[in-house]
Design a protein around this ligand. Sequence first.
Ligand code: M7G
Ligand code: MG
Length: 319
Amino acid sequence: MGCDEKREPAGGRLRVQDIPALTQDHCRMRDPAEVERIINEFLIGGPERMQIVSDFDYTITKQRTEDGGAVPSSFGIFNACQSLPENFKAETDKLYHKYRPIEIDPHMPIAEKVQYMIEWWTKSGELTSGFPFDQSEIDQIASKYTHALRDRTHEFFADLQRLGIPTLVFSAGLGNSVVSVLRQANVLHPNVKVVSNFLQFRDGLLDGFQQPMIHTFNKNETVLNETSEYYDLVHTRDHIIVMGDSIGDADMASGVPASSHIIKIGFLFDHVEANMKKYMDTFDIVLVDDQTMDVPRSLLSLIEKQHKLNLEAAKQSSL
Ligand SMILES: C[n+]1cn([C@@H]2O[C@H](COP(=O)(O)OP(=O)(O)O)[C@@H](O)[C@H]2O)c2nc(N)[nH]c(=O)c21
Ligand SMILES: [Mg+2]
C-alpha cells in the first residue's frame, strides 16, 4: 500500500466525501479509505485498465419494481414458456426444493456443495431435453421485462460502450433469457459478453445446456477458457468493478491476478438488518434498496472526467 498512497491523479487526489453518490445514506462502506484509495487508482489507470463483472438476476434487473410486479429470474422466464412439457414445471420445482436449501446452507463446506450443484444443473439439463422449442418464446416473455432493468441501465451500458470498457455479465441461470432481455433493452453492445448456460439443440430438439456448466460456485473468471479472446482481454485489465446482489457474486472476479484493484458493489434488499453484517464484510460498497445504476455510473463518470483532463494535458504539453 505504501507506494500506492503517494500516487495521485493529475489534478489531485479525490476524497470519498467529495463524491455525492457515495455519501448518500443508503450507501454504506466498511472501509471508506480503502474505497478512496482504489478509486484514485482507477482514475490514474483510466478506462483502458477497467473491466466490469456483473451478475444478471436482481443486479441488472431490479430487486423491487415501482408497481410491485415480480421480476422473473432467467430460469423463471424459460419456465413461463407455453410449449414446455406438462411435467416440466413440477419436476424442476422438485429439484429446486431439494437443492436450493443445500445451495444456501450456511454450514455445508463449498467443496461438498459443488457436487450437489453439478447434480442439480445436470438434472435440470436432462429435463430440458427431448422436445422442440423456439427461442421466440423466450423473446416474447423477455420483452415484457425490459422495463425491469435498474433505472439508468441504458445510460450505464452506453457509458461502458463509449469508454470501451469490457463488461462481463455472469449468470448461473439461463443465458438465452439473459441475452434476450439485454438485446431487447438495447444494451447488448459489442463490449458486453454474457457467460451463462445456453440451450443446446440436437436434431431439432432441445438437448440440455451447452458446456461449460456455470453453477453458483464456478460463476467466476476461472471458468473463462484460457484460449478465449475474452480471457486475454480481461487479464490485461486489472481495475475491476464487481456488481452483485448475492454474497457469492463478490467472488466473480476470482481468477484475475492478485495485484488487481477491485471494488465490489453489493445491492442489498432482502432482510436488510439480518444480512447487513455479511454484506458489509463481503462488499466494499453496500447499496440498500437502491434500484438504480447511479453509483457505478458515478464511478465511471469520475474516470471519464479524469481521462479527458489527462488527454487535454497531453495535448497541451505536445504543443
Ligand atoms: C439449476 N437451477 C439453478 N437454479 C437457481 O438459479 C440461480 C441462478 O444463479 P445466478 O446466476 O447466480 O442468479 P441469481 O442472481 O438469481 O443468484 C441459482 O442460484 C439457483 O438457485 C434454478 N432455478 C430454476 N428455476 N430452475 C433450475 O433448473 C435452476
Ligand atoms: Mg443475482
